[in-house]
Design a binder for this molecule. Structure first.
Ligand code: SIN
Length: 515
């Protein structure tokens, strides 16, 4: 079995992992593990862009207010870091050559998205913002001689003893186990959208970052807060193709099968209401038996220019945009919860850090503001990279029992085996139905029991499905414990906020209504 010693190991090669690697490599060698060929993960699928207060009429305080108003129970210190340092991180990527879209004067063209009080979303190649960001960072990574990327390599477990982390056990594309010993391990492994029947997340977003961290003794926080994007393309693909919120930002509106608009009935900000409100409105319309479409017809000639990828995919699917409305449905999109960390990604386990969607800094609260996720990856990936670059602690030298990893097998790709595909489908369906947009205590309990049964029937080495059943169970238990509705977490049996416990959040909702 191969055992490699390196200064830092980063699990995940999305925006957070790549940014972290670029900082960490300033003082040591970095191994970057990616489950797929680069560009990897959900970063490359992101469309809308990166929110930052760089407009002439904008200030970080306003970005702060919008973020907190959408998320409610946000950690204020984390949000301050995000909105203030975000401006410098945008400058960094521009220096790296990020091909941002420009207005007539050559300045960044700033787009509008839901719950932002003004236009502040930096984009590139229209709706190709995420892919452009991944490409820009990967180009930079390729210039570094001390960053080693292991593609098609999945982290399986952390080497942890007595709350100290000494490295990672992984499996390469041929199924061979690999051990990486390092003074710091960073989990930047993305989210777990693949737990749900419909998701915009990459096929590899199965939540193993959370599962590994949990087994290592860190706490997972806010796991009940799963964000559902209102407008994914209504099709059977996995992942479902995203129809960016930026399309609504340009004025597109939602209609039913009769061409009737309905958002007025649900929120005074209509199509640009916070994501949870729009997603639940679509869910309610669908429950009534209605179909939902995004009408983009008024964008006429500009649609293709602003949204080239959406135009291309819709046309490939036979939807004659912009004339024909786009059928849409909600889909699991982002995990606000995650591995609890401080503002430098420290998890409480010596040598173990987390950033990006894997981490919970509290920056998103109960409901992430649109286009704050790439920003989070840039800001906190950078912070963690800087922090570990100064790490002087060396991993414990005590021999690790490598024997236990010798026979490790990872069943990949997930969907090739019929039995395992069936189990996966069961997990996804129960999560979607009982722990999805609208939850009840009874339904959540049903999901918990079902996931327990699934787990009990899995073979020991079925690590991916076990992780998924475990993380699904944690999301369900967190949802059961929160007997109120807040942000993305909606309980039909507890439809209001618990005002005694959440006075600040309540006050913000009231202010929001008056806004
Ligand atoms: C979108 O383009 O609608 C997604 C952006 C985000 O998730 O913040």
């Amino acid at each position: 079995m191969r055992c490699v010693t390196v200064d830092y190991v980063i699990v995940g090669a999305g925006v957070a992992g790549l940014t972290c690697a670029l900082e960490a490599c300033k003082t040591g060698s970095v191994i970057l593990l990616s489950k797929s060929i680069l560009p990897a993960g959900s970063t490359a699928l992101a469309q809308g862009g990166i929110a930052a207060a760089i407009g002439s009429n904008d200030v970080p305080d306003l970005h702060f207010l919008d973020t907190v108003r959408a998320g409610g129970i946000c950690d204020r210190k984390a949000v301050k870091v995000l909105v203030q340092e975000g401006i410098d991180r945008i400058k960094d990527i521009m220096d790296y050559g990020y091909p941002f879209d420009k207005d007539e004067s050559g300045k960044p063209l700033l787009g509008r998205e839901g719950a932002h009080s003004l236009s502040r979303v930096v984009s590139a190649r229209g709706d190709g913002s995420g892919r452009a960001l991944a490409d820009t960072l990967i180009n930079k990574i390729n210039e570094k001689s001390n960053i080693f990327v292991y593609e098609k390599t999945s982290a399986v477990n952390l080497l942890v003893e007595n709350k100290m982390c000494a490295g990672v056990c992984a499996v390469d594309f041929a199924g061979n186990p690999l051990i990486f010993r390092s003074s710091a391990v960073v989990l930047a492994a993305g989210g777990c959208g693949q737990l749900f029947s419909y998701t915009t997340n990459d096929i590899n977003c199965t939540g193993e970052g959370y599962a590994m961290a949990y087994r290592a003794g860190t706490s997972l926080t806010g796991m009940e807060f799963v964000q559902f994007h209102p407008t994914a393309l209504d099709c059977k693909d996995n992942p479902v193709f995203l129809i960016s919120e930026a399309v609504r930002g340009k004025g597109a509106y939602l209609v039913d099968q009769n061409g009737q608009r309905f958002m007025k009935r649900y929120h005074m900000w209509e199509e640009l209401a916070p994501r949870d409100a729009v997603a639940r409105a679509l869910f309610a319309e669908k429950q009534k038996g209605n179909q939902v479409f995004l009408d983009v017809s008024f964008l006429k000639n500009t649609f293709k220019e602003y949204f080239p990828k959406i135009y291309q995919v819709c046309r490939e699917k036979g939807i004659d945009v912009p004339g024909e409305p786009i059928p849409v449905k909600p889909a699991a999109h982002f995990m606000m919860g995650g591995i609890k960390t401080d503002l430098y990604g420290y998890t409480g386990v010596k040598g173990l850090y987390a950033c990006g969607e894997s981490a919970y800094t509290g920056v998103h609260g109960a409901n992430r503001l649109a286009s704050n996720s790439l920003l989070e990856g840039l800001v906190f990936g950078y912070r963690v990279g800087q922090k570990i670059a100064k790490e002087t602690w060396k991993p414990f030298v005590k021999e690790i029992d490598l024997e236990q990893w010798r026979n490790i097998r990872l069943h990949l790709p997930l969907e090739k085996n019929q039995h395992r595909f069936f189990v996966l489908k069961k997990i996804k369906e129960v999560m979607w139905q009982e722990v999805g947009l609208v939850r009840t205590g009874k339904g959540i309990l049903h999901a918990i029991n079902c996931l327990e049964e699934i787990k009990a029937a899995l073979e020991d080495d079925d690590i991916v499905l076990k992780n998924m059943a475990d993380i699904g169970g944690i999301i369900a238990r967190s949802a059961l414990a929160r007997r109120e509705s807040m942000g993305s977490h909606f309980r039909k049996d507890y439809p209001s906020l618990d005002m005694d416990n959440n006075f600040d959040y309540y006050a913000e909702r009231v202010n929001n209504a008056a806004y």
